[in-house]
Write a protein that binds this ligand. Structure first.
Ligand code: ADP
Ligand code: MG
Length: 697
């Protein structure tokens, strides 16, 4: 039985086939349910009338009432306009129209009282409103209206006279019809505990609140509901997985202890130890691990990964480590091989450029189980790569891999899924992590190894170029190496390259005495690797590059990072780039070059970078500046298409909603107790909507 909310929108009075197809195409509104959930993005405050002499600068919108004193057409041609004046006894307010003059002039009459609404602008000591809304003062509107909903609409819709007023009218019609069909969607335990208004009231008040308080209550309620169901679904997935999927038990710590006692090149930080313990607990639990390890750049995730591999190897299983790029895979291989060799553990590297003959050897080693550790790129996912017994899959810098690729790695073991460890150096604010990775357990390495000197970050204007070059020369003379990063200016790949090549030439001119490398995304992999290798071997002193060096590259001797046009980079990206330096014992520097004119957001970004090196701090600021949808690596995630909630602002609600979801699942994992029937129904009906959406897009 189709529910009321699945009724096609064209059956609503006032819609009809033409408007219905407009609403389909422009706003993705197909059903009554879609429309009712098309929430206004703000409301015009028409609750009260302002006295004209109370109007002040920068008021968004005001509503006044008064008597029209005069009206006249002034100027000719382009400057022709209708100017009227209205008084409420406290002062006069000018009203101006540039278009539709004849029609308005006809409509308004001097000596008559009107209600006027619009955005005031100051002219000298007076205010005026251009193109105000104006209507006759009537007994109905003279006490002040309500809050008028403003909907986000396309130009095309507006062109066809579907404006906020029109949508509001449809909404009123719909809400009246829907009244008897709106079910409560949150359990009593939630509405009581968090003092939330009912679904029915919330839908009414999100569109047509009488007061600001009503609007706030409606938002609170709908945000809670939205976040609650997201969390419930994520947590339920986790519960199901934990119930269903066994994990191989790895608890033999002999290799780990041997490595720890005899070969560990440094003392682990407390944070590294804590995370290793968390992972070990999972490995021996008998349940499949799905864990995210977050750790700022340089926090030492690689060694943590290796130590976990040791536990798996001691249990006669294999480990795979997948990196997003060839360069990174090679680097991981180089680092891990040192550790593995010290333990006589066979290890291999598999990437797109691995030779056929080598591949064959690797494939055989994997199948026989002799090869214990495999490092590589997504080449690991290929069909021919078969393991004897894959016990642990590690995915580095996971935002570069899609969920689908992640799950392919799962399937590399036939009888029992491998344990999964996802590592990311992109610190994510808690609210985002709970939503993006809400189905994973999360470990955080929240400490850098001792003895690191904090990177000094400086902001310099392009005008200081000579001074900056002088500084670089001194650092190079001390034996250091320098990165110079150029932004990608998406509009034109050709221009980007030109920009980079110009940069390269001017660097070569400015530093004729040293060798300079250049790396960018459109070089052949071999050429790129060759240049990279020269820099790693310290044959070149300056590396001119695009953001290809952003992730994971580790050259401890490179201690200066110059970022050109730093204002063009997002905060998280700046932070990632800066993380390329500060890896050795020397004092490191990050120099942010910008031109002298900076917008407010750019300024905040640069100031934040200069102020702090804490990745979580930076991620929070980034989230506030850009909103969750734009944060690095999260673009594709439908999990962030929220209707009402805002992950940058609603952390507290999210926390409450997640706690409640946990509580409910703890008590009733299958959600089959009678008191949870409502939740079940709601989840099922949401599932249906998801299917609908995928059909549409
Ligand atoms: P990331 O977390 O960015 O992947 P890496 O694992 O590449 O960091 O480690 C960065 C550098 O710090 C490496 O050179 C590594 O050998 C070193 N390192 C890791 N842990 C420690 C530690 N506890 N003490 C000192 N150096 C460490
Ligand atoms: Mg790393």
């Amino acid at each position: 039985m189709a529910s009321f909310f699945e009724t096609p929108i064209e059956y609503l009075k006032g819609v009809g086939p033409q408007r219905s197809s407009l609403l389909n195409k422009e706003l993705n509104i197909f059903t009554f349910g879609d429309l009712i959930q098309y929430y206004p993005f703000r409301h015009e405050d028409r609750v009260k009338f302002y006295a004209i002499n109370d109007i002040y600068d920068e008021m968004p919108y005001v509503q006044v009432k008064g008597t029209l004193l005069r009206k006249e057409i002034i100027g000719t041609g382009f400057k022709k306009r209708l100017v009227a004046s209205i008084s409420d006894g406290t002062d006069e307010l000018e009203l101006v129209w540039f278009q539709g003059i004849a029609w308005i002039q006809d409509k308004i009459k001097t000596g008559v009282q009107y209600v006027v609404f619009g955005k005031p602008t100051r002219y000298g000591s007076k205010f005026n409103i251009a193109h105000p809304e104006i209507e006759l003062l009537t007994p109905k509107n003279e006490k002040g209206g309500t809050l008028y909903p403003v909907y986000s609409l396309t130009e095309k819709l507006k062109g066809k006279h579907v404006d906020s007023k029109a949508i509001a009218k449809l909404m009123q019609e719909l809400l009246a019809k829907a009244a008897d069909h709106i079910r409560e969607t949150l359990p009593r335990s939630a509405t009581d505990k968090f003092k939330l208004i009912s679904k029915k009231e919330a839908l009414q008040h999100i569109h047509f609140p009488q007061t600001i308080e009503q609007l706030a209550q409606a938002q609170q309620r709908l945000k809670f509901e939205e976040l609650f169901y997201i969390q419930l679904r994520l947590l339920k997935m986790k519960v199901v997985r934990q119930e269903k999927f066994r994990g191989q038990v790895f608890q033999d710590t002999r290799l780990l202890t041997a490595f720890y006692n005899d070969h560990l090149p440094f003392a682990l930080t407390d944070a590294q130890k804590k995370v290793i313990r968390e992972i070990y607990t999972d490995l021996k639990s008998g349940k499949q691990m799905n864990r995210l390890v977050q750790g700022d750049v340089g926090s030492g995730k690689t060694i943590v990964a290796f130590i976990c591999m040791l536990v798996v190897a001691a249990g006669n299983a294999q480990a795979a480590f997948m990196a997003p790029t060839e360069i990174l895979a090679q680097q991981h291989y180089k680092n891990l091989k040192r550790y593995a060799d010290s333990m006589q553990l066979p290890i291999a590297l598999l990437t797109g450029s691995t030779k056929k003959s080598e591949r064959k050897v690797i494939h055989e080693g994997l199948l026989s189980g002799e090869l214990k550790i495999l490092i590589g790129t997504h080449a690991l996912l290929e069909e021919e790569v078969q393991f004897n017994n894959l016990g642990l899959s590690i995915i580095d810098e996971q935002h570069r891999f899609g969920v689908a690729q992640r799950s392919k790695l799962w399937q590399k073991n036939v009888d029992i899924y491998p344990h999964i460890l996802v590592m990311t150096a992109t610190p994510i604010p808690r609210t985002l992590a709970m939503t993006l990775y809400g189905d994973l357990d999360i470990s955080t390495i929240d400490q850098l190894p001792a003895g690191r000197k904090p990177i000094k970050t400086l902001h310099k204007f392009d005008a200081h170029r000579l001074q900056v070059n002088e500084f670089l020369r001194k650092e190079i003379a001390k034996g250091r190496q320098v990165y110079m990063v150029y932004p990608l200016i998406e509009e034109s790949e050709k221009l980007d390259l030109k920009h980079l090549e110009d940069g390269y030439e001017s660097v070569c001119r400015a530093f004729p005495e040293v060798a300079v490398s250049i790396v960018h995304g459109r070089m052949k992999p071999e050429a790129k690797d060759f240049e990279m290798a020269r820099f790693i071997k310290n044959e070149t002193k300056i590396m001119v590059a695009t953001t290809v060096i952003e992730v994971g590259v580790d050259v401890p001797n490179a201690s200066v990072m110059v970022i050109e046009n730093a204002e063009r980079f997002g905060l998280s990206q700046l932070h990632q780039l800066r993380g390329r330096v500060g890896r050795g014992a020397e004092q490191s520097y990050c120099i942010l070059m910008t031109n002298s004119k900076l917008g407010a957001d750019s300024k905040t970004r640069i100031e934040t970078m200069v102020r702090t090196t804490n990745g979580f701090d930076i991620a929070e600021t980034d989230l506030k500046l850009r909103g969750p949808g734009d944060l690095m690596g999260t673009q594709q995630s439908g999990a962030l298409d929220l209707l009402v909630a805002d992950l940058a602002k609603d952390g507290a609600i999210l926390q409450e909603a997640r706690e409640l979801a946990k509580e409910i699942l703890r008590d009733d994992p299958e959600l089959d107790k009678p008191e949870n029937k409502l939740i079940r129904t709601q989840i099922d009906s949401m599932r249906k909507t998801v299917v609908n959406w995928s059909r549409i897009s």
